[in-house]
Design a protein around this ligand. Sequence first.
Ligand code: ACO
Length: 313
Amino acid sequence: MNAGILGVGKYLPERIVTNVDLEKIMDTSDEWIRTRTGIEERRLAGDDIDTSDMAYHASVAAIEQSGVKPEEIDLILVATVTPDQSFPTVSCMLQERLGATKAAAMDISAACAGFMYGLATAQQFINNKAYKHILIVGVEKLSKITNWEDRNTAVLFGDGAGAVLMGPVSDGKGLLAFELGADGSGGKHLYKDMENGTLVMNGREVFKFAVRQMGDTCIRVLEKAGLDKTDVDYLIPHQANLRIMEAARQRLELPPEKMSHTIRKYGNNSAASIPIALAEELEAGKIKDNDVIVMVGFGGGLTWGGIALRWGV
Ligand code: ACO
């Protein structure tokens, strides 16, 4: 049984905060942020919208597109490091709000690679026929844990959610291979400080790790799928920094138009960035039936993950 994507949805808060807006509250510049990261603006959720709200809106869109009814969902996986609270989980909150009466529910904590961990986990349940329909959500309200006094990190992040509904698809379609990994020794480079509750990052160390790991993961996942660089139609990398994404694109020798870059308008949405980008590319008609897509992410932990999939049902 092959596991594929039956529906995709996204949610972005309405409030746009531009680099120029940030210039007014911290010692930074539009020019610095643009050239070092590729970010021009980001969306920030207000106090009235928490992580579970964004997850809900993205999920409703994905479920509608899939044609699957909420009561037919067997499992809900939510990748997030910014849940409403530690428990009940965002996935349990969603289970109730969506009316997914039959679904089991758990959150996955693998930072920006969380959505990759979610897809690979869901694939196992579907392949072995334990479950048929699984909702996977990547969602973050990073503004909750952003240190607005730290210009090194505050300019990078945005809030948002993306969701996919996975289920059985025909032979040759769906997930072809995955690659997941972790290196806890690098945990010190990117973490949430429990004293003040904000994110701390050693940007240069994370940058070096990410450039190496994104490219390597792409190559390994293609090998596992029995594919070559030339088979790839579209690359959807975690939207952390345009320079990191470009390095992955160059490793795959893809032209610029074959890589997603939603980072310009949304910044880094952590676990939500890959499903948001997927939703945008589908809306723009850039992904077609039978296309080979590579998704790849990395994040705190340190963690990483890649997926090769053939689009279609
Ligand atoms: N505005 C202006 N200047 C700044 C800013 C800012 N917002 N931030 C840092 N600077 C300054 C620094 O203080 C430094 O000044 P100094 O040399 O006088 O000390 C200078 O700019 C250069 O800093 P670098 O760290 O060398 O800049 P770099 O080119 O490495 O870019 C960046 C920094 C963008 C953070 C980069 O290292 C990066 O993207 N790292 C990876 C980040 C990442 O991907 N994190 C993982 C995701 S986390 C998550 O997803 C939840």
